[in-house]
Design a protein around this ligand. Sequence first.
Ligand code: HEC
Length: 157
Amino acid sequence: MKRHLVLFAVLLVLGGCAKKSGDPSSSSGGTGTSVASTSKYDNGPRAAEEPIDESLVAQGEQLFQSKGCSACHGFGRRISCPDLQDVPLQRTSQWMEQQILHPEVMTKEDPISHQLFAQYSLQMPNQQLTQPEAHAVIEYIKHKNHEAHEGEGREHK
Ligand code: HEC
């Protein structure tokens, strides 16, 4: 098990998150990854289909900076790790919450997270957020997603 980690650490040094730079799915909404939905956290409406609690967005944005998320994740661009802009279209809030609160468990036990781990060859660190903090960050991510697609016309209409 330790050996496994060392191997990934080596890959990380070699390529880090930018390893799959040929992947065409960076910001255009289409994901190259299709995962059988066997994740137990991935049932129900996508996060983007739920209302946004705008009162938490400012706090979420602040946490996104102060908890280090912005070092790895961007919106509409890939810094070095998954672009988060369209994640609310793809995942449930519950899944995102688990990923934020228990990333080290998710990459091992959740098929979607595991596939991301395989793709990026990097383990997202546990940033020690509380559940309410994770909730605020998720509202912020949903807000960013909504903002990004606002100008594009509605999906249905
Ligand atoms: C050191 C870089 C790093 C930091 C810091 C980091 N992440 Fe991640 N994140 C990743 C990687 C890499 C993945 C893909 C899963 C894996 O390999 O662990 C990921 C996956 C995710 C996903 C799922 C993306 C998808 O496509 O479904 C979300 C949501 C997320 N991170 C949110 C956050 C939030 C919120 C924070 C701050 C609390 C954060 N991350 C901090 C590297 C990071």
